[in-house]
Design a protein around this ligand. Structure first.
Ligand code: NAD
Length: 299
C-alpha cells in the first residue's frame, strides 16, 4: 500500500520557517501584509477567506480583510484595488473567486499590481508560467509541486497526467511540470476514455471536482497520485476525486483528502506574500519587474 504524502505536516514545517522569515522582516521594519478582498457572502468563499486570515495570523503576517457587499460596483472594486496597490504596507492582494456576475473577473485581476499578485492570476504571471519564470506561482499547483518533491521523485521524463484543465489548477499545474521536463497530458470533461490516459501516468494529478472519478483500474501500479479535489458529500463528509481506499493499494504515494493539497494551498499563499515583502526591501520601486529572478520553477 501507498505511502501517505502528508500536506498538513509539510505545511506545519514550512510555517515554522515562515515565522522566522517574518521575524527577520520585522527587524528590518517590514511587517508583511496580505489584503484579501471578498465580495458578497458565498459561504464556501467565507470559509476559504477565514482560513487564509487565520494562516496569516499564525505566521505573523498582517491580514487586511476587505469585505464588500455583493452589489459592489466594479468601479468601486477597481478603486479599492488601486488603493491597495499604492499602500506600501500591503505586499499581497488577492481577490476571492468567484465574483458576482456583474463584475468582469479578468478586468479586476488585471488591475492588481504584478508586484502584489500573490495568487499568480494576473496575465503577466500567467504568461510568466508559460515561459518558465513566474514570480508568483499559483498557490495550489505550487503546493502540489512541493508535495511531489517530498517523494524524492525526479519529474523529468515522467508521464504526468493532469485531470482537470481549469485556469487555477489544471492548466498551471501542467505548465509547471512541463517546465520540469515531464511528458504532460491534460484531460478534461470532454476527454474520451479517461482511463486510457490515466493508466499510463507515473504521476497522476486529479483536479476535476468529481468524487470517485478515479478508481483503481485507472491507475498504474506504483503511480504517485495527487488528489486536488475537495467535494462535500450529502452526509457532509469531505472527499477528493480519487477512491482513496482502493487506489492506495496500487499507488506508491498518495495524498489524503483532507490533509493533502488543501493545507498547502494556503501555505504557498503565505510563501508568495513573504517573497513579495522580502522583495520590497531589496528593490527600489523604479526597478523593472523583469529584474525579478525566479528560480522556483526550475528543476
Ligand atoms: P473547475 O470546475 O474550474 O474545473 C474542473 C476541471 O475538471 C475542468 O477542466 C473539467 O473539464 C474537468 N472535469 C470535470 N469533470 C471531469 C470528468 N468527469 N473527467 C475529466 N475531467 C473532468 O474546478 P477547479 O477550480 O480546477 O477545482 C477542481 C477541484 O479541486 C474541485 O474539487 C475544487 O474544490 C478543488 N480545489 C482544491 C484546491 C485545494 O486547495 N486543494 C484548490 C482549488 C480547487
Amino acid at each position: 500500500t501507498a505511502q501517505i504524502i502528508d500536506g498538513k505536516a509539510l505545511s506545519k514545517q514550512l510555517r515554522v520557517g515562515f515565522r522566522e522569515r517574518v521575524g527577520r522582516l520585522v527587524e528590518q521594519g517590514v511587517r508583511p501584509g496580505l489584503a484579501v478582498i471578498l465580495v458578497g457572502d458565498n459561504p464556501a468563499s467565507r470559509v476559504y477567506v477565514g482560513n487564509k486570515v487565520k494562516a496569516c495570523e499564525e505566521c505573523g503576517v498582517r491580514s487586511l480583510h476587505v469585505a464588500l457587499p455583493a452589489d459592489t460596483p466594479e468601479a468601486e472594486m477597481l478603486a479599492r484595488i488601486a488603493q491597495l496597490n499604492a499602500d506600501p504596507t500591503v505586499h499581497g492582494i488577492l481577490i476571492q473567486l468567484p465574483l458576482p456576475g456583474h463584475i468582469d473577473v479578468r478586468r479586476v485581476l488585471e488591475a492588481i499590481s504584478v508586484h502584489k499578485d500573490v495568487d499568480g492570476f494576473h496575465l503577466y504571471n500567467v504568461g510568466g508560467l508559460v515561459v518558465g519564470n513566474t514570480i508568483f506561482p499559483p498557490c495550489t499547483p505550487y503546493g502540489v509541486q512541493l508535495l511531489l518533491d517530498t517523494t524524492g521523485t525526479e519529474v523529468a521524463g515522467k508521464n504526468v497526467v493532469v485531470v482537470g484543465a481549469s485556469n487555477i489548477v489544471g492548466k498551471p499545474m501542467a505548465l509547471m511540470l512541463l517546465q520540469r521536463e515531464a511528458t504532460v497530458t491534460i484531460c478534461h470533461a470532454k476527454t474520451r476514455d479517461l482511463a486510457q490516459h490515466t493508466i499510463l501516468a507515473d504521476i497522476l494529478i486529479v483536479a476535476a471536482g468529481k468524487p470517485g472519478l478515479i478508481v483503481p483500474q485507472m491507475v498504474k501500479q506504483g503511480a504517485i497520485v495527487i488528489d486536488v479535489g475537495i467535494n462535500r458529500l450529502p452526509d457532509n463528509r469531505i472527499v477528493g476525486d480519487v477512491d482513496f481506499d482502493g487506489v492506495k493499494e496500487k499507488a506508491s504515494w498518495i495524498t489524503p483528502v483532507p490533509g493533502g493539497v488543501g493545507p498547502m494551498t494556503v501555505t504557498m499563499l503565505i510563501e508568495n506574500t513573504l517573497r513579495s515583502a522580502e522583495r520590497s526591501l531589496q528593490a527600489s520601486p523604479a526597478d523593472d519587474y523583469q529584474d525579478w529572478e525566479a528560480p522556483v520553477l526550475k528543476a
